[in-house]
Design a protein around this ligand. Structure first.
Ligand code: PXP
Length: 238
């Protein structure tokens, strides 16, 4: 069964817009779990415009399912992850000023860099994941970084899905198969939503986890957080 990890960065963005503590990020994380989420994801960026580094430690204290911390492994990020000891760290090659993650790692070019950083986290018993495009060359080279897991970057799938879902999923099926052959745990995320999630999860049955933020928070404006999480979980089960 594919697990749903809720990315709560958008909640932090709303909180930060007024300078106080509404909505309370920690309470929202706990509520997500109570409503059935099987993981919480947070992505602190260097400018802390949504999740702040201090949120990570606070979340570690309350998250009972799986805490996944995403980010570009700069010094501050590495330290925060090592201090918090989450269940999983997902390394993302996003530029500090990027609006959102917009590409996967070049696992050939950055192989040694990734291998060195991954070794640091693995030594501490933290599961490692790296964000990659559905590109077999990048997946083959991902194994040599020593990572436990890859997260497939699903924006291209989500964009093409409304026009041609079979063409949209094709590279992800191949990527998923290759990950399975190589013994890599498989996650996926970015732009997954209530329309495109079920088809994705059905096509890749060994998918371990999806992390979903933007669409889920938008949907919860209409349906409420509890209903929305239930709706996403159903899409993963159906
Ligand atoms: N995975 C990664 C690596 C991300 O950076 C993000 C966005 O922060 C997501 C998944 C979730 O994407 P979305 O907000 O579009 O659901």
């Amino acid at each position: 069964m594919t697990k749903l990890s809720v990315n709560i960065n958008k909640i932090a963005l709303i909180r930060n817009s007024r300078g106080g503590n509404h909505p309370d990020l920690i309470k929202v994380a706990m509520d997500c779990e109570q409503y059935g989420a099987e993981g919480i994801t947070i992505h602190p960026r260097p400018d802390e415009r949504h999740a702040r580094y201090e949120d990570v430690a606070a979340l570690k204290k309350v998250v009972r399912t799986e805490l996944n911390i995403e980010g570009n492994p700069m010094d501050k990020f590495i330290q925060v992850v090592l201090d918090a000891q989450p269940h999983q760290v997902t390394l993302v090659p996003d530029a500090p000023e990027a609006l959102t993650s917009d590409h996967g790692w070049d696992t050939l070019k950055h192989q040694k860099y990734l291998r060195d950083i991954i070794a640091v986290f693995k030594k501490e018993g933290i599961r490692t994941s790296i964000f990659v495009d559905a590109d077999l060359k990048m997946i083959d080279a991902a194994v040599d970084t020593g990572t436990d897991c890859i997260e497939l970057y699903t924006e291209s799938y989500a964009k093409q899905y409304p026009r041609d879902k079979e063409a949209a999923i094709a590279p992800f099926i191949l990527a998923g198969k290759r990950a399975l052959e190589l013994g890599l745990r498989l996650n996926a995320g970015h732009d997954l939503n209530l329309d495109n999630l079920n088809y994705f999860a059905q096509a890749i049955p060994h998918l371990a986890e999806v992390s979903i933020g933007h669409a889920l928070v938008c949907d919860s404006l209409y349906y409420g957080l509890q209903n929305t999480i239930g709706m996403y979980l159903k899409k993963l089960q159906a």
